[in-house]
Design a protein around this ligand. Structure first.
Ligand code: NAP
Length: 279
């Protein structure tokens, strides 16, 4: 009989049924012939702290944390990775052998890695980067772009105050423009990033004209449902290189899986197929 331990992990959120994380992690558990399971953990906000305390008792190696718990869950951590502190949110918890809870945020890592996967010679400092949106995804992406050496980030959000708050926190490389200036904010840029929910399944298309976008600019969208948002379709039609949001989701999962299961997993065409089958 195998002595390999059965390792439990999961994703804690509310709602959480739509999460693709079980598909990703259970695919890797099977691929690497490990014993374990990755499950959905629907937890109401009022029960979050009790649920987190219960992870050790239930034998969990850890879990992912998603909306609306990413900020509140930080308070229950015994230790926070410096990047998680910088982000002000966690997306991964690793239960230590003594029961201590360690909090990480791999969203920014996942974003940068997915850009490098599709353009290995990509650098953050080759020209201005325009980022649309100032929510949770924007926070992770803007911070990781700065950490990668971005010199000028033009940040535009429908609610300007939220963009300004990020700029005030992240420093002088972030320049806030009005949402009404979004069409002109594309001139001379090396990269355009959509972190708004516009273009996501069930939402209207992102309202933007790409006329000023240089042909050399990389266009990325954090959205992965659909895989090709109307923004990416329009950019591709103009000849721009595009990167969809699935790579960010897959790459943020790799270090978490390694922490829980001891294997740094690969993103294979089979994994892409397994995810595509859920859309
Ligand atoms: P969020 O915190 O709720 O932020 C939503 C953003 O969309 C805000 O900037 C909001 O602007 C903007 N927005 C909403 N309605 C708008 C409209 N009608 N016109 C212009 N802007 C509008 O959400 P989030 O967590 O950042 O997620 C944003 C998107 O990223 C979602 O589609 C999500 O699926 C995706 N995402 C992907 C990954 C990944 O791994 N690929 C990870 C995280 C998120 P206001 O501030 O004005 O409301």
């Amino acid at each position: 009989m195998s002595t390999q331990k059965f390792v439990l992990a999961g994703v804690m959120g509310n709602p959480v049924a739509h999460s693709r994380s079980p598909v990703i992690h259970n695919h890797w558990i099977a691929q690497y012939h490990l014993k374990g399971s990755y499950v959905l953990l629907p937890v109401e906000p009022a029960n979050l702290h009790d649920a987190l305390k219960g992870l050790k008792a239930l034998g969990f190696a850890g879990c992912n944390v998603t909306i609306p718990h990413k900020v509140e869950a930080m308070k229950a951590m015994d230790w926070l990775h410096p990047v998680a502190k910088q982000m002000g949110a966690i997306n991964t918890i690793v239960v230590q052998p003594d029961g201590a809870l360690h909090g990480f945020n791999n969203d920014g890592y996942g974003y940068i890695q997915c850009i490098k996967d599709s353009k290995p010679d990509w650098r953050a400092d080759t020209g201005p980067i325009t980022v649309l949106g100032a929510g949770g995804a924007a926070r992770a992406i803007v911070l990781s772009l700065i950490n990668e050496g971005a010199k000028e980030i033009r940040l535009l959000n429908r609610t300007k105050e939220k963009a300004q708050a990020l700029a005030d926190e992240f420093g002088s490389s972030v320049k806030v423009l009005n949402w009404s200036e979004r069409n002109n904010a594309l001139s001379n840029i090396a990269m355009l990033v959509n972190t708004t929910n516009q273009g996501m399944h069930g939402q209207p298309d992102l309202d933007i004209k790409l006329d000023d976008l240089p042909a050399s600019a990389l266009v990325s969208d954090a959205i992965y449902i659909p895989l090709e948002t109307p923004l990416l379709v329009a950019a591709k039609a103009r000849g721009n290189k595009t990167v969809n949001g699935l790579g960010m989701l897959l790459n943020q999962a790799r270090p978490a899986f390694e922490a829980w299961y001891g294997v740094l997993p690969e993103i294979t065409p089979e994994l892409h197929k397994a995810i595509a089958a859920t859309f």
